[in-house]
Ligand binder design. Structure first.
Ligand SMILES: Cc1cc2nc3c(=O)[nH]c(=O)nc-3n(C[C@H](O)[C@H](O)[C@H](O)COP(=O)(O)OP(=O)(O)OC[C@H]3O[C@@H](n4cnc5c(N)ncnc54)[C@H](O)[C@@H]3O)c2cc1C
Length: 287
């Protein structure tokens, strides 16, 4: 009988974990709270080490039609456009690191990961399925859904993002810290920008307490991400970023936990004082 893993969260991390486990013979179930996979996000940069993994787990062939291979990684001055750094990537990354440096729309990556998982194990991801927490049990651990249903398995993995309930339950309160920065994203057909279209690179446009990142996705859409500190927000309220109509993301960070460890049934975490509670000594839960 296959070993069974329950994964909380169907983002990039949860889906990759599910595919990897499935490829090594596990039965997997992913619980995603969102009712459906929607077009969230904009351009993502995938570095060669990430591309290698996606190739290895059989996702690249699905993703290939959606990727853009940029010429370079650049840093420029935000206002003047003066180049500060130029690292050639196209043709170079594959030679140097064994895989390309790519750009893709986040939604296309999630779609390719979900499709790959579904091909490996149909119906493995359940959307509209918020998880309330987990509990250790005799032969493993169980996930407790928001509707009260309990599902048992050999392993529970928390991949539920920066506001993770699983991490909170396992390691105690850990409110993510607001960095003071907000981000907006927009997709603009590059042809409409004419001479102002960003270069075909992954370009950081640097400015005081703010920066923008431009990438290309979906055969000619320029993806623009602005990051502004909250101090610069007032001055920007009438600016183009808000006219695009996107709600800003608050950029938060959760610092490393000094006692971040996996726990295993009946194993004492002697070097991790905060992991000696009942949830950590019994049941298998990983983060
Ligand atoms: C502005 C910005 C730009 C970025 N650009 C890049 C980039 O260019 N390249 C790159 O590699 N990375 C980039 N990152 C980082 C990258 O987006 C994250 O590292 C990645 O999305 C984390 O994935 P995750 O699956 O761990 O978490 P998330 O993407 O947060 O996914 C967690 C999932 O869990 C679900 N969930 C949460 N709670 C529950 C619950 N209780 N029950 C069920 N489901 C739940 C959520 O709905 C979500 O789908 C960027 C991040 C930001 C903020």
């Amino acid at each position: 009988m296959h070993r069974q893993a329950l994964i909380v969260g169907g983002g990039i991390g949860g889906l990759c974990a599910a595919i990897c486990l499935r490829l090594t013979g596990w039965d997997v179930q992913v619980f995603e709270q969102a009712p459906e996979i929607t077009e969230i996000g904009a351009g993502l940069q995938i570095s060669p080490n990430g591309v290698k993994i996606l190739e290895h787990i059989g996702v690249m062939e699905r993703l290939e039609p959606a990727v853009f291979e940029p010429e370079a990684i650049e840093i420029r001055m935000g206002v003047s456009g003066r180049p500060i750094l130029y690292l050639p990537m196209k043709g170079v990354a594959a030679q140097r690191w064994g895989a390309r440096y790519l750009q893709v729309h986040r939604a296309d990556l999630i779609t390719a990961l979900s499709a790959r998982l579904d091909a490996l194990q149909p119906g493995a991801m359940q959307t509209g399925c918020p998880v309330r927490g987990y509990a250790p049990c005799k032969d493993g651990a169980e996930v407790i859904l928001a509707n009260g249903r309990r599902i048992q398995a050999d392993l529970v993995i928390g991949a539920d993002g920066i506001h993770s309930r699983i991490r909170h339950q396992m390691l105690g309160p850990d409110a993510p810290r607001f960095t003071g920065n907000y981000a907006w994203r927009a997709l603009v057909p590059a042809v409409q920008l004419g001479a102002l279209a960003p270069p075909p690179s992954g370009c950081i446009w640097a400015g005081p307490k703010k920066h923008a990142v431009t990438t290309y996705v979906r055969g000619g859409l320029s993806s623009i991400l602005w990051v502004l500190s909250s101090k610069g927000l007032g001055a920007r309220k009438a600016g183009s970023a808000l006219e695009i109509g996107q709600m800003p993301w608050r950029i938060s960070t959760a610092g490393p936990r000094p006692s971040w460890r996996y726990s295993h049934r009946q194993r004492r975490c002697t070097n991790a004082p905060s992991l000696t509670g009942p949830h950590c000594q019994k049941g298998r839960t990983a983060m």
